[in-house]
Design a protein around this ligand. Structure first.
Ligand SMILES: Cc1cc2nc3c(=O)[nH]c(=O)nc-3n(C[C@H](O)[C@H](O)[C@H](O)COP(=O)(O)O)c2cc1C
Length: 176
């Protein structure tokens, strides 16, 4: 979860996606909430950063839940990418975005450039909520059919890449 704003909307989107994800038995899912993971912006080492990198190293796949701020993604998310290196490599990453008119899609297109630099595979299918606060009811459910369909496709593609790249990393270590 990328947003660290005190009044953030992020938990509504994240909780919905986690419910969808946990219906897929092939995933064993953990959550890294950057609000609870204060990583130094000067990239100096810390106990939190060391523990964070260990969690990344143990994972085969990632999904970022991100908002859009001024046509970009949250600064805390950039620090999160920059705090690790080999832990990201040859692993897939998907994006669930939300925001105002663009649904966070501009933030996601920027993120594709960043994750390519750190040797990740970005999942083609993106879940996007424009005018996000209007897309969820009081129970945190959505009737946005396009987002529901996209989440299923994203998870199918993520599982395929996670399986495939894990097997490849095991038999033939990534040369990066
Ligand atoms: C500083 C700031 C800049 C924003 N810029 C954009 C933007 O460029 N495009 C957009 O669609 N929404 C924009 N928004 C709306 C946010 O995407 C929306 O408020 C979202 O709920 C923020 O996520 P959060 O509440 O989880 O932090 C902006 C919000 C903030 C606070």
């Amino acid at each position: 979860m990328a947003s660290v704003r005190p009044e953030r909307f992020a938990p509504v989107v994240a909780d919905w996606f986690l419910r969808t994800l946990r219906a897929h038995s092939e995933f064993d899912t953990g959550v890294i909430d950057l609000l609870d993971t204060p990583l130094p912006t000067d990239l100096t080492d810390s106990a939190t950063a060391t523990a964070y990198r260990a969690r990344l190293a143990a994972a085969d796949a990632f999904v970022v839940i991100t908002s859009e701020y001024n046509h970009g993604y949250p600064a805390a998310l950039k620090t999160a990418f920059d705090t690790a290196k080999r832990e990201w490599r040859a692993k897939p990453i998907g994006f669930v975005s939300y925001g105002g008119l663009s649904g966070g899609l501009r933030a996601v297109e920027q993120l594709r450039q960043v994750v390519a630099e750190i040797h990740m595979v970005s999942i083609r299918e993106t879940v996007s909520f424009h005018q996000a606060k209007k897309q969820f009811d009081a129970a945190g459910e959505t009737q946005d059919g396009a987002a529901i369909d996209a989440a299923e496709r994203l998870l199918g593609q993520l599982a395929w890449w996670a399986r495939t790249l894990r097997a490849a990393r095991t038999t033939d270590p990534y040369p990066g």
